[in-house]
Design a protein around this ligand. Structure first.
Ligand code: ZN
Length: 484
């Protein structure tokens, strides 16, 4: 059965809607495999199909979704009726910022679709990874693999027609054991961007074997390592920690819906105010951060967002000054109106829904920090008097407006007088977001820059879990409070 989506959209605009769009997911497949201590513990497979309709009537949104293609006309009508009901209560009519009218197609780069690889072969690969981890001294081993394959077709009343094919693969390995004080010490590996594609072809045995051996060695060393020193010192964040710092204290606070007060769940506020754009000193002059949805091969690159706006590469923080945010068509007009000036020229293309039955909201694309001019990791270490190199996010706690944070990491290495010393355990650091970024004193060059993938960013009510990326270099911050 073919559905005439454009006809349905026109039916709603003929009835008086000022705007309507539909996202149709003909197919969305997700697998999640979990192996624990060599046991195949869990396997979840979901296959969904459905469509979600968004419509604006008299300045109010209506939304409805269904997985029944026999229910298309009724679902479009329900979205319209929901908007009519909402319009009676809406205080501030919604206006969408203008956009360039686009039609197009996006395919995420992939050579071998993981869903074409027999499940038995995937499990055998996981078993092999578990074998690399199964060494004396390791008490718990986890091997996880999740894969996604979805097609999304988008149409709107302005004439856009967009088709997206997204394939993602998120593998990870993890080992842990208890030290003599009964504290669990763990080490994990989630691959960063390994090349121009991200299908099953990236599951290279030699690569995984080397990484597995490394994390086992590091974890075992931690069992008898001294504790991380406490006090004020430099912290050198490796990309597998820096990405989370950026995620929680640049990405989330710069989502425009949060700044406007719409997203107060899950530490959902933001300390950023509309008057801050163009003048707030967010960090030192060495800080250049951007939202880059055009980055090759990342879950945060998707071609077109769910407003039908093309992927963009936009500065968020330029030489330390706040200049941009993560925006949708709806929020930019409201922000400009409330500020009484044009802060945002148009949508930055950051409006995404995680499924057909969720409404699009501001989500991170790839929130990156540009490489700097302070050399390699070795150069940065050589220029550090007293500090600790930190790697692997372990736990995090964030102020409700993202104004402060406390993170602990899997592992650390002491740095004294420009020399990398031994491993230290139980590492933690904390700070005030702006003070911390203003103390950024070294940004590694392109040799230190990695794209880390995130597959579990949560936001929204009802909840939406989103995938994205962070391209980040090694960074050093000075006078940071280190200690549990
Ligand atoms: Zn998040």
């Amino acid at each position: 059965m073919t559905t005439d989506w454009k006809h349905q959209i026109k039916r709603l605009t003929d009835k008086g809607a000022s705007y309507a769009d539909v996202r149709y997911y003909p197919r969305e497949k997700e697998d999640a495999l979990f192996m624990w201590n060599g046991n195949f513990l869990n396997f979840n497979r979901s296959e969904l199909s459905g469509f979600g309709v968004r419509v604006l009537v008299d300045g109010a949104w209506g939304f409805a979704a269904s997985s029944n293609l026999g229910d298309v006309t009724a679902t479009f009508d329900r979205a319209f009726e929901n908007a009519v009901s909402a319009a009676k209560r809406v205080g501030r009519p919604i206006r969408l910022a203008d956009k360039e009218l686009l039609s197009g197609r996006f395919d995420s780069p992939c050579e071998v679709d993981p869903f074409e690889v027999p499940l038995a072969e995937q499990v055998a690969f996981m078993k092999e990874l578990d074998g690399y981890l199964n060494q004396p001294g390791v008490e718990q081993r986890r091997v996880q693999l999740s894969t996604v394959n979805k097609t999304i077709r988008y149409y709107d009343s302005e004439g856009a027609e967009i088709e997206k094919h997204i394939i993602d693969i998120f593998p990870s390995i993890h080992v842990s054991a208890f030290d003599s004080e009964g504290v669990q010490q763990g080490r994990k590996y989630l691959p960063p961007r390994l090349g121009p594609t991200r299908g099953w072809e990236t599951m290279d045995r030699d690569h995984w074997k080397a990484e597995a051996e490394r994390i086992v060695d590091e974890m075992k060393t931690m069992l008898s390592a001294p504790k991380c020193p406490e006090g004020r010192m430099s912290v050198i964040l490796m990309p597998d920690m820096m990405f989370l710092q950026v995620h929680e204290t640049i990405g989330h606070p710069l989502e425009l819906d949060r700044i406007l007060g719409y997203e107060l769940s899950f530490a959902g506020g933001s300390f950023v105010r509309l008057e801050d754009f163009g003048q707030l000193q967010y960090g030192s002059k060495k800080l250049n951060a951007r939202a880059d949805a055009t980055l090759i091969n990342s879950p945060g690159s998707f071609g077109y967002d769910d407003d039908g706006v093309k992927a963009q590469d936009q500065m968020l923080i330029k030489e330390g000054i706040l200049v941009g945010a993560l925006t949708s068509r709806q929020m930019v007009t409201e922000a400009n109106d409330k500020a009484g000036r044009e802060i945002f020229k148009s949508s930055g293309g950051s409006c995404r829904a995680c499924a057909f039955n969720r409404v699009p909201i501001e989500r991170m694309t790839n929130i990156n920090v540009d490489p700097g001019e302070d050399g390699t990791l070795e150069d940065i270490i050589r220029n550090t008097e007293q500090g600790v190199i930190l790697s692997g996010e372990k736990s995090w706690s964030i102020g409700s407006n993202r104004e402060q944070f406390h993170f602990s990491t899997d592992i650390g290495w002491l740095v004294e007088d420009g020399v990398k010393k031994h491993i230290v355990k139980n590492c933690a650091y904390s700070g005030m977001t702006l003070d911390f970024y203003r103390s950024l004193t070294a940004v590694g060059d392109a040799s230190t820059w990695e794209v880390q993938y995130v597959d579990n960013c949560g936001k929204g009510v009802p909840g939406q879990v989103m995938q994205l990326g962070h391209g980040v270099p090694v960074c050093r911050f000075d006078h940071v409070k280190v200690g549990e």
